[in-house]
Design a protein around this ligand. Sequence first.
Ligand SMILES: Nc1nc2c(c(=O)[nH]1)N[C@H]1C(S)=C(S)[C@@H](COP(=O)(O)OP(=O)(O)OC[C@H]3O[C@@H](n4cnc5c(N)ncnc54)[C@H](O)[C@@H]3O)O[C@H]1N2
Ligand code: MOO
Length: 352
Amino acid sequence: MTGRGSSDSGAAEHTILSSSVLREVKVEDAIGTVLAHDLTQILPGSFKGRLFRKGHRVEAEDIPKLKDIGKEHLYVIELAESDLHEDDAALRMAAALSGTGTAFGEPHEGKVSVKSDRTGLACIAKEFVDGVNGLGEIALATVTNHRVVHAGEALAATRAIPLIVPESKVRKVEKLAAEYKQRHGEAPVSVRPLRKARAGLLTTGSEVYAGRIADKFGPAVRAKLEALGSEVAEQRFAPDDRQIIVKDIHYFLQQGYDMILVTGGMSVDPDDRTPGAIAEAGTDIVSYGTPMLPGSMLLFGYLRGIPIFGLPGCVMHDPYTSFDVLLPRVLAGDRIGKEDIVAMGYGGLHRC
Ligand SMILES: Nc1nc2c(c(=O)[nH]1)N[C@H]1C(S)=C(S)[C@@H](COP(=O)(O)OP(=O)(O)OC[C@H]3O[C@@H](n4cnc5c(N)ncnc54)[C@H](O)[C@@H]3O)O[C@H]1N2
Ligand code: MOO
């Protein structure tokens, strides 16, 4: 791109003429005027929030409070038809991008928060978020795609940067959102529900089977499933014996469970029989090995269409592993492919 070309197009973005009028009034002379935006007070360590609400009519007793938060002047706005107030811009953007499983409230200090109304998988279209933020003068901040969220948790926040923005900017956001919806059948920010799965859990390891040590995998896996609304329907124990593990996997398949989880024996020792047994059971293995730490020795595949996991040792003690990334996606109905596993490496180093 030439310098001239880029500066021309940059200028076009930024010289949209506005006939809105922002008039500054000294706070002492502002009695009777109506506040043009929320006014924020910050008392570090004890308070951050709205001291005065947009629309508040300034009274004499407000003057010292306004001075205490550093206001010498206030704006009086005469808004042109082609412009939007920050609150209305933020509201319209939130409305445009919010889809299934979301809710948003009124603006606070020029910001509208979009929240989840359920436990589910946050679906955030990165290309849409980047497209919006590339427009300038408006901001859209979101959580990352495929994060588990609970009811009331924030997914996205919209805000205009100046107090007044051209309505055309917001219309561009609405257009991007409508195009996304048309292509994908869902808005760019949504939450997918998680189904309630009943899992069969097979805990391998001769030391556990023989009672030399107490099982720690069962309670950990149960807790992870229950936190997402699913359950371990049955747990069985097997020694490090490939044929016994294969038999138990087939038993779970016959029981009609929604998911099969096999723990232990996932690594490089001669006694680690689990990956071989899962393969021998007839599994289409999507991946043995996951580029995320903790959880690099995880195996994932499908056995006659049923998701099957081989869970390595870290799942017992670590709250966030590759299992915690893939389990909610499976529960949301995603068919996990090799490309999903490959994509886990970037940003996948957590703790090891
Ligand atoms: N040289 C290498 N060493 C290790 C590798 C590697 O690639 N090369 N991988 C590491 C990773 S990552 C993991 S995770 C662990 C082991 O994973 P495994 O799934 O094979 O775990 P086990 O060998 O079966 O057991 C490890 C440890 O945990 C105890 N255990 C197992 N099951 C239970 C249970 N149900 N309840 C309580 N405790 C259990 C087991 O007794 C062992 O002490 O390997 C790394 N090493
Ligand atoms: O499968 Mo291991 O614990 O990477 O963490």
